[in-house]
Every structure is written in structure tokens, then in C-alpha cells.
Design a protein around this ligand. Structure first.
Ligand code: ATP
Ligand code: MG
Length: 582
């Protein structure tokens, strides 16, 4: 069942409920201390009007008034400190839950969202929950309580006086209703405009190389600036339509004297109230304005918070890949078997059809094929970035879906087609493969992946800081780092997607040697474009438009597989071209 937004919020806040409760208690103390000066004020005025000259009482009352004011301020401070603490912790839980969910869902779904909209949900949308959460829970509860208590007291004085103090509530409800009527639709449109700015901004920054290369700075900047202007126009437009009703609510709701003053005077003249009672009634009614004012402010905050939580909800409820919690199968070796697998990203176009292959324990399997034939897709099915729709994939005789996440992660090491470098030192980046690795092991992995030549040239060697994305490293250097990462991980099955595409021939050959050494007790599955490097593979799988059109050793395929013959011919031509040009 879909949770409603309040349930979601309470779910993340409940861990900190005691902080919230304490914060409410202090807030109640603060608002009640806040009403004391009004009661004393009424008493003081009554004393003056009735010419009672008791200086002692006057000073005592004045002192009490000051004390109440100081207490109110202190209690309010404690209450907000506690509630901000609780609110930020709640936010933290919410943010972690979204990030977690993104990790557990299939990659296809994550990639469906733009980086801007994910960042927006995790950072900005959740942040908008903080202020309302921190202020609304304690202050709203305390202020509502204060309104109730004050109104009950007014009822005790005279029910007509009490009713007249509440007169502004029905009056302000009319513009409030008008204001809130379209709020959700408007707020959604506002968020959409905001998302658009975020998306265009992230795209602009991520694509800055392309934009500069193609000299598109003018048009790209226009796209960015028009998104910003669109956002500004929308916000101003919304404000323009809302300001009249909004101000009417803000002005009307706290204006309790509107009813209380004429009714109070009438009741006084009528003899139903004495002067003391009248002054107390008027003073309490004025004291009601501040909590009523808060109520009208919270009405806005409440809706904004609701929309923000709903906005994060779509991330919190993304479908997750189901993993077994407990190991149910024992992986017996490093073999991989794919049987009758079909796969498509969208229902209309199949990307892989009828895939059957067996990769024996500790063998080297190469996958080749034209661009777009489905090589990366096949690897990503093996690593469970996506779930297969039909057929089965077995690893060491256990179905892929039966492995726990931990099992899968420790069995497979995967080097993707585009290597990603994180902000941190070179050593940190390699150590991602195995956080517990010693310095010696990190160095050995770097050596095997032929990283030493460039690491030695960096100012601080392994301790050089690099920025995330591509940083200061060349494409080939980044690839070598991610190979080092995979080598360090030392998983029994290594899957590599064109790991050496941007690496020069000399380094490539040496990396191949390192990888081959690894295959002594590991299974290696590698997509390769330069066929020369995989000639010695135990098995070569040839993919074409999502089907396996050949498998076997190099020599066999050269004889029997037309796609392989074509790939080989084009490879030898380019390599020949290389040699000619040297
Ligand atoms: N996330 C995705 N959503 C939809 N279609 C996709 C997605 N990723 C790949 N495709 C499509 O699936 C097909 C196979 O893509 P894949 O990346 O597996 O090819 P490839 O053989 O690895 O190509 P290359 O050699 O260029 O890396 C292509 O037609 C591609 O357009
Ligand atoms: Mg690919």
C-alpha cells in the first residue's frame, strides 16, 4: 500500500521522537510564559485605571512580567535547539534512505532520472522539510494548546467574548481557502521549473567540454539562462497572484480585536463584565494574535513540506532488485552459465535474444561484436545491474537471483566501459577495490595494471589528490586505475568491458599479460575491440544484433564465422594502418 506523506515523515522522525517530545514540552512552557505578560498587563492597567497605588504590587508584577519574558525566551531557545537537532537527524535518515534506494534499484531506473533531479531530491527537496519540521511540530502544538486554553478561559469570562475573539477565523478562512485551492498545482509547477534549472545546470557543467569544443557557449548559456529566467518568471507570477489573498489572511487572522473590542465594550456597558474582566479579555485576545499569526504562516509551510515529501516519495518507492537475505546456495566454482536469456530495455525492442553460453571454471572468455550488438548489456546482466526477463544465469551452479548481495559483490569484480574516478587520492581510488588492502597490495595492483609510470610522475605519487569525474588523468590512465581497482579486489570472476580501449599498444600488451596471469585461478570475461589481444582466449563469443553468431577459438572462428571474419579483417586493416603511420 502506498504510504501517505505524513506516514513517510513520521517513519523517519520516529527514531527521534523523544527529542521532538521534549521540544514540544519546552515550546508549551515558552508560549505559556509568553501569555503571562498579557495577563499581568491587564492587571497593571486595571490598577492604574482604578487608581490603586500599591507600589509593592506594581514592582512585583513588573518583575514577574520580566521573568516570564526571560523564561519564554530561554524555553523557546531550548525547544528550537532540540527540534532542529531532531529535524536534521530526520533529514539525514530521509537522505540516506533515498541514496540507499538508488543503490538497490536497477541501474536502468536510476539512469532514467537526470543527475539534476536526483541531486534536487536528495539535497534541496529534503532541506525544505527541515524548517517546517523543526518549527511546526513544537510551535504548532504549543500554539494550538495556547489558543485552546485561552479560548476556554475567555468562555469562562463570557461566552460572547470568547466567540467574538474567534470571529476572524471564519473571516480569514475565505481568502485562505482561495489561496490553498490551487496551491498544490502551482507548487508542482514551481518545482518543475526548479527541477528544470537544476537539470540544465548539471548538463551545462557536465557537458562543458562538448559545449566548448563545438563553440556552443552562446546557445548553451541561453538554454541555461532561459531556464533560470523561466523559474524567476514563474515564481514572480505566482507571488503576484497570491500576494493579495495571502496578505489578507496574514492581516485578518491575528486581528482578534476586530470582534473582541466592540463586543467587550458592549458587555462592559451592559454590566455583564467588570473592568478587570474587560481588560483581561482584551489583553488575552491580543495575546491570541501571535499564535494565530503562526497558524497562518504554518498553513503555507505545511503544504510546502507535503509537496517536498511527495517529491522524494517517488525515489523512496523505486522498485528494488530483490536479493536473498541468507545464502541459500553454495557457489562451487567460478563457472558462468547463461541459458535462453532474452532481454530488452524497453518492451518494444529486444537487445539480446536466445543467449546460451558456458564459461568454464577459471577460463578466459572474450566477447566481441560490432558496436551496439549488446556486449555491455550482456556483462551488465551478469553483474545484475539489470534483471533478466527470461532464461537463467548461473554462477558456480547457483542462480544469480539466489545470491545475496554480499555474495555477488565478493564473487564479481567489474570494470565498466567508462571508468569513474572519485575525488580523493590515487591510493584511495585503487583501494575502493578492497578497503582493507595494505599499501604493498595497492602498489602491486597498480604495478600489474601498468599504473606506476604515470603515478611516479605525479607530484605526490600515490597520495596525489585527484578530482572526481576525469580529473587530471588521461583516459588511458583512468582505465588503468580502474583495472588496478579490480585486480586489488581479487574477486574470483573478473568482468571487463573494453578495459584497454584508450590504452596504447605497449601498455595494453603488458596489462593483458597481467590479466592472463590472474586467470590462473580466476574466470575472466572481457569485451574487446582490438582482436589481437584476445587471440589466445580459451573461448571467444561473437555477438551480432543481440544474438550469438559464433563461439570457439580464434582459429575456428576465422574459418566458420562471417561476422568474426569481418571484425578481424577490419582490425588487421586498422592495425596495419597504425603500423604504416608509425
Ligand atoms: N540504458 C539503455 N536503455 C535503452 N537502450 C539501451 C541502454 N543501453 C544500451 N541500449 C541499447 O542496447 C543496445 C546494445 O547496447 P550495448 O551497450 O550493450 O552495446 P555494445 O555491444 O556494448 O556496444 P559498444 O561496442 O558500442 O560498447 C544498443 O542498441 C543500445 O542502444
Ligand atoms: Mg559496450
Amino acid at each position: 500500500m502506498k504510504k501517505n506523506w505524513l506516514q513517510i515523515l513520521f517513519h523517519f522522525a520516529k527514531e527521534h521522537k523523544f527529542l521532538f517530545i521534549w521540544s514540544i514540552l519546552f515550546s508549551v512552557l515558552s508560549v505559556f510564559a509568553g501569555i503571562v505578560p498579557y495577563v499581568i498587563g491587564a492587571r497593571l492597567i486595571a490598577m492604574i485605571v482604578m487608581k490603586q497605588k500599591s507600589y509593592q504590587e506594581f514592582i512585583a508584577l513588573f518583575g514577574l512580567m520580566l521573568l516570564a519574558f526571560v523564561l519564554k525566551t530561554i524555553f523557546y531557545g531550548i525547544s528550537t535547539k532540540l527540534s532542529h537537532h531532531a529535524a536534521y537527524n530526520t533529514l539525514n535518515n530521509l537522505r540516506n534512505a533515498i541514496t540507499n534506494r538508488l543503490m538497490l534499484t536497477s541501474l536502468g531506473i536510476v539512469k532514467h532520472f537526470s543527475a539534476g533531479s536526483i541531486k534536487n531530491a536528495i539535497l534541496d527537496r529534503t532541506e525544505e522539510v527541515e524548517i517546517p519540521l523543526a518549527h511546526m511540530i513544537p510551535e504548532l502544538s504549543a500554539n494550538i494548546l495556547l489558543i485552546i486554553v485561552t479560548v476556554i478561559y475567555l468562555f469562562i469570562l463570557d461566552f460572547r467574548l470568547a466567540l467574538s475573539a474567534l470571529l476572524t477565523i471564519p473571516l480569514a478562512s475565505i481568502p485562505l481557502f482561495l489561496l490553498m485551492r490551487n496551491f498544490e498545482a502551482k507548487y508542482q509547477a514551481y518545482m518543475q521549473a526548479n527541477n528544470e534549472v537544476n537539470n540544465v545546470m548539471v548538463e551545462y557543467i557536465e557537458g562543458i567540454e562538448v559545449i566548448k569544443t563545438f563553440n556552443q557557449t552562446g546557445s548553451s548559456f541561453r538554454k541555461f539562462s532561459s531556464a533560470v529566467t523561466g523559474f524567476k518568471d514563474y515564481t514572480l507570477d505566482w507571488l503576484r497572484t497570491a500576494w493579495k489573498t495571502q496578505n489578507l489572511v496574514f492581516a485578518l487572522l491575528p486581528f482578534t480585536l476586530l470582534g473582541v473590542l466592540p463586543v467587550g465594550i458592549w458587555l462592559y456597558l451592559d454590566g455583564s463584565l467588570n473592568l478587570n474582566q474587560l481588560l483581561l479579555g482584551l489583553s488575552l485576545a491580543i495575546g491570541l494574535s501571535s499564535p494565530l499569526n503562526k497558524l497562518s504562516l504554518f498553513a503555507n509551510d505545511f503544504s510546502a513540506m507535503k509537496q517536498s515529501v511527495i517529491d522524494t516519495q517517488r525515489f523512496l518507492e523505486l522498485p528494488v532488485l530483490v536479493f536473498n537475505k541468507k545464502e541459500i546456495g553454495q557457489v562451487i566454482d567460478n563457472s558462468v552459465e547463461v541459458a535462453n536469456v532474452d532481454f530488452s530495455y524497453t518492451s518494444s525492442t529486444p537487445v539480446l535474444t536466445g543467449i546460451n553460453l558456458k564459461i568454464p571454471n577459471n577460463s578466459f572468455c572474450a566477447i566481441v561484436g560490432p558496436s551496439g550488438s549488446g556486449k555491455s548489456t550482456l556483462l551488465q546482466l551478469l553483474t545484475r545491474f539489470w534483471d533478466i526477463q527470461t532464461g537463467s544465469i548461473m554462477i558456480g551452479n547457483v542462480a544469480l537471483q539466489d545470491l545475496t548481495l554480499h555474495q555477488l559483490n565478493s564473487i564479481i569484480s567489474y570494470v565498466t566501459q567508462d571508468s569513474f574516478i572519485f575525488k580523493g587520492t590515487i591510493a584511495d581510488n585503487i583501494r575502493m577495490g578492497n578497503p582493507n588492502a595494505t599499501e604493498k597490495e595497492v602498489r602491486a595492483a597498480a604495478r600489474a595494471a601498468r599504473c606506476m609510470d604515470f603515478i611516479n610522475k605525479l607530484p605526490q605519487g600515490f597520495q596525489t589528490e585527484i578530482s572526481f569525474g576525469n580529473g587530471q588523468l588521461s583516459g588511458g590512465q583512468q582505465q588503468r586505475l580502474s583495472i588496478a581497482r579490480a585486480i586489488l579486489k581479487d574477486a574470483p570472476i573478473i568482468i571487463l568491458d573494453e578495459p584497454t580501449a584508450s590504452i596504447d599498444l605497449e601498455n595494453e600488451q603488458q596489462i593483458q599479460e597481467s590479466l592472463l596471469k590472474l586467470t590462473k585461478n580466476k574466470t575472466v570475461i572481457m569485451v574487446a575491440h582490438r582482436l589481437g589481444t584476445i587471440k589466445n582466449a580459451d573461448q571467444i563469443i561473437v555477438l551480432d544484433t543481440g544474438k550469438i553468431v559464433g563461439h570457439g577459438k580464434h582459429a575456428e572462428l576465422l574459418e566458420s564465422c562471417p561476422t568474426y571474419q569481418r571484425l578481424w579483417a577490419s582490425y588487421t586493416q586498422t592495425e596495419g594502418w597504425h603500423i604504416d603511420n608509425h
